[in-house]
Design a protein around this ligand. Structure first.
Ligand SMILES: NC(=O)c1ccc[n+]([C@@H]2O[C@H](COP(=O)([O-])OP(=O)(O)OC[C@H]3O[C@@H](n4cnc5c(N)ncnc54)[C@H](O)[C@@H]3O)[C@@H](O)[C@H]2O)c1
Length: 252
């Protein structure tokens, strides 16, 4: 069943991992997708995968932490496809793995710039376009680290907690305008982000394997399907919430 027929979507960080998987899944469900990423090669590869399969997609080089870029990515959806129905603020960086007193100041700022300010800019310009187009659905990427503390990820976790809280603001401020805002909180997902961390800290692989009560790591597809639910009318009465997709981790 096509759940996103004729919908227009923007996905940030769609050049890799969960963002790419969600972009192809959205397209399979009938949406036209603006693929926004700082990584040109990755973004263009996602567009190629979608168009080769007969879907519609456009790449726009975007640094989500730059408000002008964030505005331009939303304008791409309006100019190319005629509006905006779905925004998935997915782009993020993991930052260092370090305890607070060893956490680099510049790295902390960068994590906040991309993971928090980037989501805020996306919401700001995305909401503007959705208000002009009869509403829409915003989904933002949080994490288990935004719900509970995961030691050595203070910058990442603080930004993700703020993303979940920001989601409540967007939900309440626009509840009467047909705009819903929700977040998704994955556990440990098999993507380049996790592979990079394992490469730098091989001792963490076993810890990742055993983090979630359900065995092993999640596949990006399992997160993408939850995002499709939040993007589509299947969740028409769901707003202001963070949906955990973490094999039971937060039930402990
Ligand atoms: N992988 C996991 O285990 C996991 C767990 C919880 C939450 N998440 C969240 O899911 C989302 C996707 O993560 P992933 O694992 O697919 O990561 P990933 O590293 O595979 O992909 C992230 C994408 O974001 C892009 N990006 C980075 N900085 C950017 C910027 N400034 N502007 C635009 N694009 C930028 C990268 O180029 C990349 O294509 C992130 O928000 C992440 O925090 C991931």
């Amino acid at each position: 069943m096509a759940l996103l027929e004729d919908q227009i979507a923007v996905i940030t960080g769609a050049g890799s991992g969960i963002g790419r998987e969600t972009a192809t899944t959205f397209a399979d469900h009938g949406a036209a997708v603006v693929v926004a990423d700082i990584d040109v090669e990755g973004g263009e590869a996602t567009v190629e995968t979608i168009t080769d399969a007969g879907g519609e997609a456009t790449f726009v080089e975007t640094d989500v932490s730059d408000p002008d870029d964030a505005k331009a990515m939303i304008e791409t959806a309006v100019d190319e496809y005629g509006g905006l129905d779905i925004l998935y603020n997915n782009a993020a960086i993991e930052g260092p793995v370090a305890k607070l007193e060893e956490y680099d100041n510049d790295a902390f700022e960068q994590v906040i710039d991309v993971n928090l300010k980037g989501v805020w800019y996306g919401m700001k310009y995305g909401i503007e376009a959705m208000l002009a187009d009869g509403g829409g659905s915003i989904i933002s990427a949080s994490s288990i680290g935004g719900e509970v503390a995961v030691p050595q990820y203070s910058g990442y976790g603080a930004a993700k907690a703020a993303v979940s809280h920001l989601t409540k603001y967007a939900a309440l401020e626009y509840a009467e305008d047909g705009i819903r805002a929700n977040a998704v909180a994955p556990g440990i997902v098999r993507t380049e982000m996790i592979e990079r961390t394992i490469e730098e800290h091989p001792e963490m692989e076993e810890q990742f394997q055993n983090t979630e009560p359900m065995p092993g790591l999640a596949d990006p597809e399992e997160i993408a399907n939850a995002v499709v639910f939040l993007a589509s009318d299947l969740s028409s009465r769901v707003t202001g919430t963070t949906l955990p997709v973490e094999g039971g981790y937060l039930a402990q």
